[in-house]
Design a binder for this molecule. Structure first.
Ligand SMILES: C[S@@+](CC[C@H](N)C(=O)[O-])C[C@H]1O[C@@H](n2cnc3c(N)ncnc32)[C@H](O)[C@@H]1O
Length: 200
């Protein structure tokens, strides 16, 4: 038995043809459409959990963003910032508001779209760029200020990537989880809002 697009229900064995009630047909298509839309929106949020290193979307707290801005406050505005895994773009927008050219790298295209709208609303579109790509495949060479709110398991591998790619004079701001081997030059805040600053 199968349902044709025009709502005719066909019983293939008995060759019996019935018409479905239009309201039932509308509900069937609406429910199916909603399920497809929900799946399409959820996949980018769930897929980081299936990667080798699971880095879920957890937005920075207001205090954490303040601590990042304090860390950036002594830096020259001529050096670009990048937030690796930029989420909804809050750190990128905050850095741009304080005068930095600021980029976000984010694997979830919906969060990239949201971030671009947030930057537009904040009037900093001209200072920001959001890339829908993998942070592990992003070169850090153009940046002097690197911000990462990651997970403990990724910090060792990221430390090696930074040691290879960062130019002298660069600064890394690690939120919530420090780099495992490099000694930080200072730390700001405590608990979940703590950030560590590393100079290269
Ligand atoms: C802990 S959240 C941090 C969000 C943002 N930086 C903040 O502080 O509000 C980590 C973000 O990294 C993104 N992400 C996970 N794996 C990624 C990857 N391989 N490349 C780029 N972004 C990734 C997630 O989608 C998530 O938005």
């Amino acid at each position: 038995m199968f349902l044709r697009m025009d709502g005719i229900l066909i019983d293939s064995e008995k060759k019996k043809v019935k018409s479905l009630n239009p309201a039932a047909l509308a509900i069937t298509y609406l429910t199916g459409g909603a399920a497809v839309c929900l799946t399409v929106v959820c996949i980018p949020f769930l897929s980081p959990a299936l990667r080798r290193i699971c880095l879920p979307y957890v937005p920075a707290t207001t205090k954490q963003v303040e601590n990042v801005l304090t860390a950036l406050s002594t830096r020259s505005r001529s050096g670009k910032c990048v937030d690796l895994g930029s989420g909804d773009g809050r750190i990128v927008v905050a850095a741009a508001r304080s005068g930095f050219i600021s980029h976000g790298v984010e694997i979830n295209p919906f969060l990239v779209l949201y971030s671009r709208i947030a930057a537009f609303k904040a009037g900093v579109s001209h200072l920001t760029k959001f890339y829908s790509c993998d942070l592990w495949k992003t070169s850090l060479m153009p940046y002097k200020n690197i911000i990462i709110f990651g997970v403990d398991e990724m910090m060792g591998e990221l430390e090696l990537k930074m040691a290879k790619e960062l130019k002298s004079g660069s600064q890394v701001i690690a939120c919530r989880f420090p780099l495992p081997n490099k000694t930080s030059s200072c730390t700001i805040g405590s608990g979940i809002n703590q950030v560590w600053i590393y100079n290269y």
